[in-house]
Design a protein around this ligand. Structure first.
Ligand code: GLN
Length: 401
């Protein structure tokens, strides 16, 4: 028997994965988006716009490719982009940073997060994250060998339980990972909460890694970067990206801003993760970040209109919708519809109703805490949002009162 015949019918070898990634499954976003395609369901799950980014940014990318900007970029970012990031940060926070020494361009914020964890956290260090949390935090902390501790933001307000946070901070705490505006809840950290977190960090010499990718989608209050609080810049890595603000999530252009002594660690990790990020897209990102303020105002206005359609629609279906101040997400309580938990509800929603949402239990260390909550996104055109609401109105039946 030929060798390939003998192996063809045998059982495939078991999947292998290093221990540091053993507990993680296929990401919920990947799972839900492929189910959306399989069931022709309307995808209000994974947060990517179903409309395109602005022409002036796309044209700048095409021009950069035509101009031959196609070889490796400088590892820490093309100088023009480092400068544009620093200028944008100055406009947003009033902080003046050195584009050459304090800005690192990465392949999306997800890489910036990984580079920050791997470059600045030692095995055994504790890092505190707020649950529900974006799934890559826990996975990259595990890759860094860190001990993940979590503090739960609870509905309906998702306000930060500062006393619990205080009791969790110890000599082993290396950093607190902040995300504001917060995915998935839409919560924005208030000045008082940030002040309290800042004073804890200063008192205990703890760093802050602050994921602010939704900073331009702040609806109910002004976004505050914790780096701008007194004494905080020197202990903060501010993480951001192009994807959400310019509806270009597939470009994967992100950055980390930090004082030189912290930038060193981030850059060391980044050098060996991806080394550099797509050159022509970095040049186009310069054009994006130099957009007039009217671009950002219009973005907010458009998203506010989408948000109203989705929130009012979900309420008319019968969901309890929790207030969301920023991001393009809202979280709802699904329990009136009689499904056992968030995963069962989302399965039912895809198969019987034709709409995709994200179950939130995967965003907690203890999945039980998320079993009543699911997340919907409104980064879709208005017709798509209306059709999703129509489907839910037609097919979802309240089972409990
Ligand atoms: N940040 C996006 C969301 O929360 C998804 C990113 C991803 O697919 N990994 O939906």
């Amino acid at each position: 028997m030929a060798e390939n015949e003998s192996t063809q019918n045998s059982v495939p070898p078991p999947l292998q994965v290093a221990k540091r990634l053993e507990k993680f499954k296929t990401t919920i976003f990947t799972q839900m988006s492929s189910l959306a395609i399989k069931h022709s369901a309307i995808n209000l799950g994974q947060g990517f716009p179903n409309f395109d980014g602005p022409d002036f940014v796309k044209e700048a990318a095409i021009q950069a490719i035509r101009d031959g900007k196609n070889q490796y970029a400088r590892g820490c970012g093309v100088p023009e982009l480092n400068l544009a990031v620093a200028e944008r940060f100055k406009k947003d926070t009033n902080l003046v940073v050195d584009p050459e020494k304090e800005v690192t361009v990465t392949s999306g914020c997800t890489e910036a997060i990984a580079a920050t964890m791997l470059g600045l956290v030692n095995p055994g260090d504790e890092v505190i994250i707020f649950a529900p949390f974006y799934d890559s935090y826990e996975a990259t902390l595990s890759m860094a060998g860190a001990v993940t501790k979590s503090i739960t933001l609870r509905p309906p307000t998702f306000s930060a339980p500062i006393d619990e946070l205080r009791s969790l901070v110890s000599k082993s705490t290396r950093a607190i990972l902040l995300n504001t505006p917060h995915n998935p809840t839409g919560k924005m950290f208030t000045r008082e909460e940030l002040d309290a977190i800042a004073s804890l960090c200063i008192e205990h010499d703890v760093l802050v890694f602050s994921d602010e990718v939704y900073d331009k989608l702040a609806f109910e209050m002004d976004h505050i970067s914790i780096a701008s609080l007194p004494g905080m810049y020197e202990r903060t890595v501010t993480l951001n990206s192009l994807g959400k603000t310019f509806s270009l999530t597939g470009w994967k252009i992100g950055w980390a801003i930090a004082p030189p002594h912290l930038t060193w660690g981030v850059r060391q990790a980044h050098s060996f993760l991806t080394f550099a990020t797509a050159t022509p897209l970095q040049h186009a990102a310069v054009a994006a970040l130099q957009a007039p303020e009217s671009y950002f105002e219009e973005l907010r206005r458009d998203y506010l209109a989408k948000k109203s359609i989705l929130v009012e629609g979900l309420e008319s279906v019968g969901f309890k919708v929790f207030p969301s101040s920023g991001t393009y997400f809202v979280v709802v309580d699904h329990t009136l519809f009689g499904q056992e938990n968030d995963v069962a509800f989302c399965e039912y929603l895809i198969k019987e109703v034709g709409v995709v949402a994200i179950p939130t239990s995967v965003f907690y260390l203890n999945p039980e805490e998320g079993k009543n909550l699911v997340r919907f996104t409104f980064c879709k055109d208005e017709q798509t949002l209306r059709s999703a609401v129509e489907r839910m109105k037609e097919k979802l039946i309240i089972k409990k009162h």
